[in-house]
Write a protein that binds this ligand. Structure first.
Ligand code: NDP
Length: 489
């Protein structure tokens, strides 16, 4: 039997006849107000765009699987890590940071690497980047910083003055600036880069012991980057290159994989660490804190509908499961507040009911109502606690207490080593980069800094070269030479 033809309906399910011809008075007369189908189509279309993310607007995502390959139960009681072989579905969204939704994928920029693990104990979001550090270490600076990476309020252009003025006045950015201007600032594709949880988190085991932890996600495709000129070329050839690369690889059955690894630090080690272990501008050297294998990530499914799953994906570092906890990292603390806040603004207070954000386990609490409440809303069950009816009770698992002994103040860490913004980027430049990578990094700096303009040009360049000099003398002198700038250290 032939398949029954499907009928158009309005959003309220009413089949209708005319999809393309508006209702008019005579074939050439005016359009009637009563053509509801016309109004519904136009009115819905007018509302198709939701606010784009203020950062990480351009992105792509895919579903996949996480599988535990090594036993880390001695560090964490998180159910997902309870046995080797345990698996959970996951979703990852990759993005650039500063550009708008239509911006090019190969811009020099950090890349967002946001992971959602749908575990049996609720959603765990590891909302990372492709770099282990960040430009600032206090969230109060975040909006100022991001403004400088966006457009000039008058010219509406990206502005090298804003960019370098801010960075040169915030030397804590030096480490991230070094990474950004190496070729890792223009990754070849999302498949060929590492991810980092970046912040220090904690893990708690079944003996209630806490350790500090950093998460690393290492690409199995191998690190591959564009050089500056190659990235520029790809920007004009195919602005959506990274999106295309990910979708085409997965559709062709080439599922990208990453290894999840951790570094751990005991409470005692954290007190003796040379730097503040909660400072987002620093890494923990691998030599002292080696990487420990945990599991593997595979992406294997392109979402059927980009808007539904990628545009509406909402990650929050606040989403941790029992056995994983926060730390004193100030940037993490700021993000705990601001990410869910951004989602409530962009997607509404019930954003966690959107399929891509929904946990696998049942949500049970007394939150009710609110805009776009589309689940059962607690049905006829009580909407208050305590009550004599539903038998719901708080989880018995708690984080162990932590002793703090300090004064309340607007602290800025000014002890010697917390102001050391130069040792780690210096090590990266001298010890980790090859000669070719150093050359490319210098060229990338020169190519960007040459566009600093106007009466403050010399001040800004001089200040930034000063930071370079403290990081590595050869770096400073080479960039100065490339800029034809008379730099006197
Ligand atoms: P290691 O030699 O053990 O590790 C160096 C790390 O640097 C590797 O993880 C490597 O990643 C990564 N790397 C290589 N080139 C770049 C680049 N252009 N930008 C960013 N990362 C890069 O040294 P240490 O652990 O002692 O750290 C030395 C320096 O390496 C640090 O000061 C920091 O700048 C950088 N680094 C350190 C990390 C850490 O967690 N310890 C993480 C990332 C960078 P891969 O192995 O994937 O190639």
């Amino acid at each position: 039997m032939a398949e029954k033809k499907k009928k158009f309906t309005t959003a309220s399910g009413i089949p209708y006849a005319k999809h393309e011809d508006s209702m008019t008075v005579g074939p050439r007369g005016p359009v009637l107000l009563q053509d509801y189908v016309l109004h519904e189509k136009m009115a819905h279309f007018n509302r198709e765009r939701i606010p784009e993310r203020v950062v990480h607007a351009k992105g792509t995502g895919a579903f996949g699987t996480f599988r535990v390959t090594h036993d880390i139960a001695k560090y964490t009681r998180a159910k997902i890590f309870s046995r080797v072989g345990n698996e959970c579905p996951m979703f990852i969204r990759f993005s650039t940071v500063g550009g708008e939704k239509g911006s090019a994928d190969t811009e020099r920029d950090p890349r967002g690497f946001a992971m959602k693990f749908y575990t049996e104990d609720g959603n765990w979001d590891l909302v990372g980047n492709n770099t282990p550090v960040f430009f600032i270490k206090d969230p109060k600076k975040f909006s100022d910083f991001i403004h400088t990476q966006k457009r000039n309020p008058k010219t509406n252009l990206k502005d090298p003055n804003m960019f370098w003025d801010f960075l040169s006045l915030n030397p804590e950015s030096m480490h991230q600036v070094m990474i950004l201007f190496s070729d890792r600032g223009t990754p070849y594709s999302y498949r060929h880069m590492n991810g980092y949880g970046s912040h220090t988190f904690s893990m708690i085991n079944d003996k209630d012991e806490r350790i500090w932890v950093k998460f690393h996600v290492k690409t199995r495709q191998g690190i591959k980057n564009f050089t500056g000129p190659e990235a520029d070329e790809m920007r004009s050839k195919d602005p959506d290159w990274a999106q295309r690369d990910l979708v085409e690889a997965i559709e062709a059955g080439e599922f990208p994989k990453w290894d999840l690894r951790i570094q751990v630090m005991t409470e005692e080690q954290s007190r003796k660490f040379r730097w503040n272990p909660f400072d987002l501008s620093k890494v923990w050297p691998h030599g002292d804190y080696p990487l420990i294998d945990v599991g593997e990530i595979e992406l294997n499914k392109v979402p059927e509908n980009y808007f539904r799953d990628v545009e509406q994906a909402a990650f929050a570092p606040a989403h941790v499961v029992d056995g994983i906890g926060y730390s004193f990292d100030k940037m993490l603390q700021g993000r705990l507040l601001s990410y869910p806040d951004a989602h409530r603004y962009r997607l509404g207070v019930n954003y966690e009911q959107i399929p891509v954000n929904r946990p696998l386990n049942k949500v049970q609490n007394y939150e009710r109502d609110g805009s776009m409440r589309v689940n059962e809303n607690g049905g006829d069950q009580p909407n208050y606690y305590p009550n004599s009816f539903d038998g719901l009770e708080p989880d018995s698992r708690r984080e162990p207490p932590m002793k703090l002994d300090s004064d309340l103040a607007d602290w800025y860490d000014r002890n010697e080593n917390d102001d050391d913004h130069y040792t780690q980027p210096g090590n990266l430049f001298r010890k980790v980069m090859t000669e070719q990578e150093r050359k490319n990094t210098i060229n990338n700096f020169v190519g960007h800094m040459k566009d600093i303009y106007g009466p403050k040009r010399s001040d800004i360049i001089n200040r930034q070269l000063g930071h370079f000099y403290k990081t590595d003398k050869e770096l400073a002198m080479s960039v100065a030479k490339g800029l034809d700038f008379d730099f006197k250290p």
